[in-house]
Ligand binder design. Structure first.
Ligand SMILES: Cc1ncc(COP(=O)(O)O)c(C=O)c1O
Length: 400
């Protein structure tokens, strides 16, 4: 068994990557350390690079089939990780999950139709329906201790009163890293079923449970959930291959499936490139599972490191310890700054690029999202920068 090295620092500048090369566009400066875009600064695993290199060594890159082994790898992986039995005919390729959300909205809704989201949540959940002229209906999450829970009464009220067509679910939840319980997901399914609201479950972070938490694929929690949902998955977050664009949808209900798959087929949106099938097959393997475990163990170490650093040195910032994935939701309200000044502190004071909490909608005020999918040396440097900037702005706020 190989021991992978997650401490290695990879120079990503100059590769046209959004996270490092896109800072000037989004933050107006280039001298920041980036912890924003949700990809990791680890090397894409060698067995994926090897599989791609072997295929690319062949001199023809023409039209290709999606081989059976590609579909089998997804079916095998979902069974192994989530105990989810997927039939081949319920499975399709989609070219990205945000695009997939747009396709569901085009296929199942009309301009003006309501789409429910539960902020604070991944911002394209709002931007995609808004951009398509759908009405976004908000059912904000309720603060619950240091985490959040869903507002079922609020959801029921929206479903009964506003008759939305679709609910977009972040499962597990980005930015809070919440692994929703089976009971919570089943309740969402019951309410949405009762009011005929189709659930789109975005499970792009679902293969990254942390600290012993369990992540349930929406379709596995009940018959009602399976038969009234479109679930999206991908190897892209877990294996750091988002630039290759490979995702899939699973639709158990034949009627919903027929409608959606016909829509995809009509535009040839269900045709993967050989880059996508080759990388996915290499990722969804025994080797891939071992790499995933080691990567998650390292990320857990980063979360522990950050949490104890903040508790000891910067107690005015609290980390919501994620139950899944590599994103940490920081509650910075203890510093007492308004959002503009908070962003200024991080960008121009500490020279760090994070996601501003307000981009995730209501409940994001006073928060920042920090991506800890990086070598620990970068994380250490970031926390030290933050500590220095805070003590310069507020002498006494940082504990030395
Ligand atoms: C919850 C969630 N969904 C979807 C995406 C993006 O997926 P894709 O690149 O397949 O559109 C992200 C990326 O950060 C995400 O966090």
């Amino acid at each position: 068994m190989e021991n992978y090295d997650f401490d290695r620092i990879v120079e990503r500048r100059g590769t046209d990557c959004v996270k490092w090369d896109g800072m000037e566009r989004d933050f107006g400066r280039t001298d920041l350390l980036p912890f924003w875009v949700a990809d990791m600064d680890f090397e894409t695993p060698d067995f994926i690079r090897k599989a791609l290199a072997e295929r690319l060594a062949h001199p023809v890159y023409a039209y290709s089939l999606a081989p059976e082994s590609y579909w089998e790898s997804i079916i095998w992986w979902e069974k192994r990780l989530h105990g989810w039995e997927i039939s081949r005919d319920s499975l399709t390729y989609i070219p990205g999950i945000v695009k997939g959300i747009g396709m569901v909205l085009q296929c199942f809704t009309q301009p003006g139709d309501g789409v429910v989201i539960q902020p604070p949540v991944y911002h394209p959940f709002r931007l995609v329906p808004q951009g398509m002229g759908r009405e976004v209906l908000y059912n904000p999450l309720l603060p619950d201790g240091e985490s959040y829970r869903m507002d079922f009464a609020g959801l029921e009220e929206i479903c009964a009163g506003r008759k939305p067509k679709v609910l977009i679910l972040s499962n597990p939840h980005n930015p809070g890293g919440i692994a929703w319980s089976k009971g919570t997901l089943a309740k969402v399914a019951d309410i949405c079923n009762e009011y005929g609201v189709l659930v789109v479950s975005d499970e792009i972070h679902a293969d990254m449970p942390l600290f012993g938490h369990e992540i349930h694929s929406f379709a596995t929690v009940s018959e009602a959930a399976a038969m009234n949902s479109i679930c999206f998955g991908a190897p892209t977050k877990t294996f750091n291959i988002a630039g290759l664009v490979s995702s899939f949808a699973v639709v158990a209900d034949p009627e919903i499936r027929n409608k959606f798959f016909s829509f995809l087929r009509a535009g040839e949106l269900n045709d993967p490139t050989f880059i996508a099938t080759t990388a996915t097959r290499a990722a969804f393997s025994v080797e891939g599972d071992e790499w995933r475990r080691q990567m998650l163990h390292y990320v857990e170490g980063n979360i522990d490191y950050m949490d104890s650093y903040l508790k000891k040195n910067i107690p005015s910032i609290k980390a919501l310890r994620p139950e899944a994935s590599f994103l940490v939701w920081l509650d910075c309200r203890g510093i007492g700054l308004d959002q503009k000044a908070l962003a200024d502190l991080f960008i121009n004071g500490a020279h760090l690029a994070l996601n501003d909490g307000t981009m995730f909608g209501q409940g994001g005020e006073g928060h920042m999202r920090f991506n800890v999918g990086c070598p620990r040396a970068l994380l250490r440097e970031a926390l030290e920068r933050l500590g220095k900037a805070l003590s310069a702005w507020f002498p006494g706020m940082v504990v030395d």
